[in-house]
Design a binder for this molecule. Structure first.
Ligand code: SF4
Ligand code: SF4
Length: 423
């Protein structure tokens, strides 16, 4: 589809026309708080998209600059009284910009490597993470500070790595239920999640088993395609989506995932592929917190003493509208006190690969989040997304906070007497 086809599409145009320019979305927008300009707020970005749709502005220049600066967090969508489908409009505009753009040879190579050779191959991602972590531990990145080399992006990626990379990998197979059998579910493990936070996947499987579910870690599953899609590479996203729809075709009550960003993308497959199999797939996709909040067949009984605050994943809160379930699960854990952030609706600055592409802006947004976290004096900071987990882990180190970053299921796992111990 050409850029013009996308920008003149009736759904895109009518979505833009839903905006009544009230400005109620401005305070919800994290980038508006950073740049203080209309064009870095939802209303201004929508005006730019409308101008592009009418051929009044080119696709590079201001349109691209301000859409690039958008986190895609969709906080504006949640507060909009007019129901403007901001996320879908942003994706369409980004696909149109990509259709017109000619990336440099270097960018094409990096994208090819990341989107085709790494993200769909969890075994390669794991090896890369371990090698990078090793280089970081022996101080090679510090040494590079003294060399006339620009390794900024690699060093930033290394800074986001967890201090310990778990090797508790979840292998394809069938994990039997503990106690009475309640059902049969499939588990989508994600790519970066399994490479960098394998212990979260292991805890997810255990908690599901503990609640009576037979967990199928389906072979042949691959990256959800979110990174490719958000970077405007629709063809790669479609290819990955088809692969996953085929891999999860078995008879499962639900397809469980534990990362808000991946879950939001999996739920997009019906719109992306537009066929019955994809719709049937989407109908079964659920975040693990969404699933368990309704099916906590065994109450957790081991106390996890401490104070926890919850950092919402934007793609869970704003895109999937899952807000209550993670909080209900945390509240069910004995000994744990849940303390809300003052701005739980604000992004942490991770936003897929935003923190790698826009590190300075991401750090300003992260610092606002960490100031909020520090106020709670939490001993645990719970998340439900890979990017948020890594970003907040970096934030806790940057702010020297005495708090442990965990996924909600890790706390449940501890409360069932398994996993890494409460400290
Ligand atoms: S996007 Fe919604 S909230 Fe923002 S200006 Fe338009 S109508 Fe108002
Ligand atoms: S998606 Fe997030 S960053 Fe982008 S305009 Fe909406 S609120 Fe602002």
């Amino acid at each position: 589809m050409t850029a013009n086809d996308r920008l003149r599409d009736a759904t895109f145009v009518s979505g833009l026309q839903q905006c009544v320019h009230c400005g109620l979305c401005l305070p919800a927008c994290p980038t508006y708080h950073v740049f203080h300009t209309e064009m870095d707020a939802p209303r201004g970005r929508l005006a730019l998209m409308a101008a592009a749709s009418e051929g009044r502005v080119p696709l590079d220049g201001a349109l691209r600059l301000h859409l690039d600066r958008c986190l895609g967090c969709r906080a504006c969508e949640t507060v909009c009284p007019s129901g403007v489908p901001y996320g879908a409009l942003l994706e369409t505009a980004r696909l149109a910009i990509e259709a017109e753009r000619t990336p440099s040879t270097a960018e094409r190579l990096v994208r090819r490597l990341a989107l085709h050779e790494l993200l769909p191959r969890v075994d390669r991602l794991r090896r890369l993470a371990l090698v990078t972590r090793g280089l970081q531990q022996v101080g090679l990145f510090k040494l590079a500070d003294h060399l006339p080399l620009s390794l900024d992006r690699i060093k930033r990626m290394a800074a986001l790595l967890p201090p310990e990379i778990s090797t508790e990998f979840t292998r394809p197979g069938v994990y039997p239920p503990v106690g009475e059998r309640r059902g049969r579910v499939a588990f989508f493990m994600g790519c970066v999640q399994e490479a960098l936070l394998a212990h979260v996947n292991a805890a997810t499987v255990r908690v599901l088993q503990h609640n009576g579910y037979e967990v199928h870690v389906v072979p042949g599953q691959t990256c959800c395609g979110a990174v490719a899609y958000h970077l405007g590479d629709e063809a790669t996203a479609v290819e990955l989506a088809k692969h996953n729809v085929a891999a999860f075709a078995g008879d499962y009550e639900a397809i469980i995932n534990n990362a808000g960003g991946c879950g939001a993308m999996l739920k997009e497959y019906a719109a992306l592929l537009g066929d019955g199999r994809a719709r049937e797939f989407v109908a079964r996709v659920q975040d693990v917190t969404e699933f368990l909040a309704e099916r906590l067949h065994h109450a957790p009984t081991n106390p996890v003493p401490g104070r926890v605050t919850y950092v919402d994943s934007c793609h869970l809160r704003h895109a999937q509208r899952v807000v209550g379930p993670p909080r209900r699960l945390l509240a069910a854990i004995p000994g744990l006190e849940l303390v809300e952030l003052s701005r739980p609706d604000h992004c942490c600055g991770s936003a897929g690969v935003y923190n790698l592409l826009h590190p300075e802006t991401a750090e300003i947004i992260l610092d606002a989040k960490m100031a909020d976290v520090a106020q709670t004096q939490a001993t645990f900071v719970a998340t439900t997304n890979t990017g948020c987990y890594l970003q907040v882990l970096y934030g806790v180190r940057r702010w020297a906070l005495d708090a442990r970053v965990v996924h909600v299921v890790e706390l449940l796992d501890m409360a069932y007497g398994a996993g890494r111990k409460a400290s």
